[in-house]
Design a protein around this ligand. Sequence first.
Ligand SMILES: CC(C)(COP(=O)(O)OP(=O)(O)OC[C@H]1O[C@@H](n2cnc3c(N)ncnc32)[C@H](O)[C@@H]1OP(=O)(O)O)[C@@H](O)C(=O)NCCC(=O)NCCS
Length: 157
Amino acid sequence: LTDGVVLRQATIADLATILGEIGEFWEDPGMEFLHQALYVHEFGETSVVAVREDEILGYLLGFVNPGGTGYIHAVAVRRPARGLGLARRLYARFSELVRARGASGLKAITRPTNEGSRSFHEALGFSVTLVEGYSPTPGARLVFRRELGHGQTDPDA
Ligand SMILES: CC(C)(COP(=O)(O)OP(=O)(O)OC[C@H]1O[C@@H](n2cnc3c(N)ncnc32)[C@H](O)[C@@H]1OP(=O)(O)O)[C@@H](O)C(=O)NCCC(=O)NCCS
């Protein structure tokens, strides 16, 4: 079902397309703020889109932080393309890209109401911690972490 899907670096045109169809990718309103140009200009090497026949099916914006963690800032899959393993593939590619740049682990955060994100990260073997006061905006956050094993090419391996 994911035949013909190609993973490549994100572009500014991709971010513009995503912003124009933001409701296709996110359940919560107000997620536009995640899609800053710096994920192309500064972190383009580790920000990936999944495309089929010029349609963006999913994307992951992320980078390696100074502590050597691959931080996933945003990941989303177009609603009709969910459940096909696309986000799993995006994480596998991101893991390869950040390991090649010195990362030894992965981290992502989300709001506690995002049960789909929690299930997804648990399925990929991430630990989950509820952290009060994580953000200056109200509410706790779920923090997901996992190690990147040496020699692994896929975080699911
Ligand atoms: C979370 C999200 C990115 C998952 O994308 P996806 O491509 O559907 O995920 P995958 O098909 O790669 O799922 C991998 C595994 O995670 C689990 N999983 C994913 N989404 C799940 C859900 N909503 N409920 C339960 N399990 C889920 C499944 O076990 C799946 O494995 P399997 O079906 O092969 O057994 C997608 O639901 C999404 O875009 N949500 C809106 C944006 C968002 O909230 N992003 C996360 C912010 S941190």
